[in-house]
Design a protein around this ligand. Structure first.
Ligand code: ADP
Ligand code: ASP
Ligand code: MG
Length: 426
């Protein structure tokens, strides 16, 4: 970095897991400030705090009120923001922490999954003008309508960071985490995964959408829309990480040549099969309208050929596990009206996807992917494709084997082992 720039730095939970790590992050932040930059830090809750708060809530009440759950969960980020400000003050600099609401993160009112609709960073701006380091609690905002505190979805501190970087016209956004950058697969599953020096927004978008939790999906959407370059790197080393940028700004021709840039997996989905749906016009529409009315996002859909003797068919679809109960209840309620016979629910599945812009110009990617899976003895339950992605649903127990097989088949294995510095992968 050279010249005065404005930088947003986000530190994930595993980078601030304990007091010592918070002090380490404080030193790192201060170093950036001392280089002459304006620094805005977005911070996550310490370690697995969010999961622990969630477990606690569920012990108190099986279905906690979403408004209160958000009040509870946002306290994790508030803790680390205040602690980091204290640690920075001890190093002799001035830092001020803000909640999402104080930082001007205005959202929709959907608790647990609110969307940022505006950022009014007045207080951040004045603090920066006064020479302070600004620390913002990630993952949260305030609803425009109800004025209640909201959360932006699991992993969404990344999105807070990029949204602030856009609003503050920062030069770029740094996402500090527990691995050296974006890899060709999750290094916790594939130790031979290769670090990617730079990747286009659209590929990163597909990887994130397919479950690569290194970046929150909406953070990548935001970065692409606002053209914010994102540097994903380790808070435990000084190594250069991965730049996520516009395809046109990538340096090497590398991305264009690689057939596949990565393999992603997702264990967060479940499969519902609607059994014995009468083969009549409008039945599928009624089923998916009900699902949509409940604000549930459907991912893959498969409809079987109808049985000649019964004129009935089965329709299967995948959805986030967290919406499973809601979907089953809603579909039970229309069972008689639609006239289907049964509902099956399976959350022991995983989705494995290969992603790459190179796929556009190379035939045979599907064949190669499927043969690799067959050789690894992985059975395919569902398939879906886009222009730059092929996804399959497999048994939960076979996810790791499927990811490794695809990674090897597309020649992505590196010589050296990837480093995972911290975190529980939870
Ligand atoms: P943070 O707490 O910093 O937000 P996360 O746990 O959300 O960290 O994301 C980092 C983790 O993402 C890594 O430890 C790694 O296990 C996982 N991951 C999944 N896919 C990838 C990938 N393609 N490249 C790098 N990390 C990945
Ligand atoms: N603490 C939140 C979570 O665990 C947000 C984040 O870390 O990005 O989901
Ligand atoms: Mg994360």
């Amino acid at each position: 970095m050279s010249g005065v720039t404005r930088v947003v730095q986000k530190f994930g939970g595993s980078s601030v897991a304990d007091a010592e790590s918070i002090k380490r992050v404080a030193r790192r932040v201060l170093r950036t400030k001392q280089e002459g930059h304006d620094v805005v830090v977005v911070i996550s809750a310490m370690g697995d705090t969010t999961d622990e708060l969630m477990d606690l809530a569920l012990q108190v009440s099986p279905q906690p009120a979403p408004r209160e759950l958000d009040m509870l969960l946002t306290s994790g980020e508030r803790m680390s923001a205040a602690l980091l400000a204290m640690a920075i003050a001890d190093l002799g600099a001035t830092a001020r922490s803000f909640t999402g609401s104080q930082a001007g993160v205005i959202t929709t009112g959907t608790h647990g999954n609110a969307r940022i609709i505006d950022i009014t960073p007045g207080r951040i701006q004045s603090a920066l003008d006064e020479g302070d380091i600004v620390i913002v609690a990630g993952f949260q905002g305030v609803s425009q309508d109800t004025k209640d505190i909201t959360t932006l979805g699991r992993g969404a501190s990344d999105t807070t960071a990029v949204a602030l970087a856009a609003a503050l016209r920062a030069d770029f956004c740094e996402i500090y985490t527990d691995v050296d950058g974006v890899y060709t697969a999750d290094p916790r599953i594939v130790p031979s995964a290769r670090q990617i020096p730079e990747i286009a927004y659209e590929e990163m978008l597909e990887m994130a959408a397919c479950g690569a939790k290194i970046l929150h999906l909406r953070c990548v959407e935001y970065a692409r829309r606002e053209d914010v370059p994102v540097h994903v790197r380790s808070s435990f080393s000084d190594k250069p990480g991965t730049w996520v940028k516009d395809l046109a700004d990538l340096k090497g021709p590398l991305m264009e040549q690689a057939l596949i840039s990565g393999v992603a997996h997702d264990r967060g989905e479940a499969k519902i099969t609607v059994v014995g749906v009468p083969d009549k016009i409008g039945e599928a529409a009624a089923i998916f309208q009900t699902v949509a009315d409940n604000e549930i996002n459907v991912d893959m859909i498969v409809q079987n050929v109808s049985h000649v003797d019964t004129s009935r068919t089965d329709i299967s679809f995948t959805l986030p596990k967290t919406d499973g109960r809601k979907a089953i209840q809603a579909l039970e309620a229309i069972k008689d009206r639609v006239g289907f016979q049964d509902l099956l629910y399976n959350d022991q599945i995983g989705k494995v996807s290969v992603v790459g812009v190179g796929m556009r110009s190379h035939p045979g990617v599907t064949a190669k992917f499927f043969s690799a899976l067959a050789e690894a003895d992985v059975n395919l339950e569902m398939i879906s494709t886009s222009e730059i992605r092929i996804s399959v649903v497999v048994d939960a127990d076979r996810v790791d084997a499927a990811v490794a097989a695809a990674h090897t088949a597309f020649g992505l294995d590196a010589e050296s082992e990837a480093v995972v510095y911290a975190g529980t992968g939870r």
